[in-house]
Design a protein around this ligand. Sequence first.
Ligand code: NDP
Length: 317
Amino acid sequence: MQYSRCGKSGLDLPVVSLGLWHNFGGIDDYENGRDMVLSAFELGITHFDLANNYGPPYGSAEENFGKILKNDLLQYRDELIITSKAGWDMWPGPYGEWGSRKYLIASCNQSLKRMGLEYVDIFYSHRPDPKTPMEETMMALDQIVRSGKALYAGISSYDPEQSQEAIDILKSLGTPCLVHQPSYSMFNRWVEDGLLDVLEKNGIGSVAFSPLFQGLLTDKYLKGIPEGSRASKADSYLKSSDIRPELVSKVEELNKIASVRGQKMSQLALSWVLRDKRITSVIIGASKVSQIEDAVAILDHPEFTSEELEAIEEILR
Ligand code: NDP
């Protein structure tokens, strides 16, 4: 594994991190989730990304991760970076989502309880809240860090202007923003439009979520929608209608470049996100151990040539 410095902080993160949004919930096979977490750690993945509502049901990914920690990993606590977030819907009523101090602090307490932890390493505001003063959300993050419930503060999916405001407030409070967690992949390049510049200017790290566009940037959907895949599942965020023919055609072309480089399509997509040195880490999702092994194997492949990058741009255009 390679570790990369998270912005201008003291913290290194593995260039490949594992997220527990899908496949680690109460409806999933616990042993498979456990195998994935333990294999990831064996491969040098020290960074595990969670949130209050990962499951389903909500909270169950944190409960399962807590069980894995207790049974298998607690002796390695100081070798792990464990994150949680609050911002999306978690419990009913007015205090169970968005960015109030009430919600963030209650949610952080609940997450710690579910995982059996005294602290998480990074606690995120999961999304900006247009109806709550930014100061309130950032003061909640500051308090969570000062009370020892998190070591670092982060933000997710804030646009460039919101990010700058959050970074400035956190700085004034004395709790620097460590990291931003945006979506970023070959098919979703919004971060290139100002966000990465803001993060670089302020010395903030950047961990990219859904770098495989939820699986579309793999060879999985080249011959239809396989049974058991994310797009085949009824309650999934990736709908079968998202597997659009024009995107699949692009993946076919990209896959040819991957083959020439001796990579799988998924590996090309991850290497491409990491080509930008402002990206600290890619947070992958996985449904089986072999997908994590595939991801970590990108470290064996060479950097892109300018010809390869141009050919990729041509396809993505
Ligand atoms: P990806 O884009 O990496 O998609 C992961 C899915 O791609 C896997 O579940 C699997 O799907 C498929 N896949 C992975 N590797 C391979 C492979 N080698 N070959 C074929 N298929 C493969 O990421 P996610 O969308 O899962 O997001 C990753 C993490 O990012 C989340 O777990 C979460 O921690 C974080 N996240 C954060 C958000 C935020 O708002 N901050 C929002 C969303 C995610 P299949 O099940 O079909 O096998």
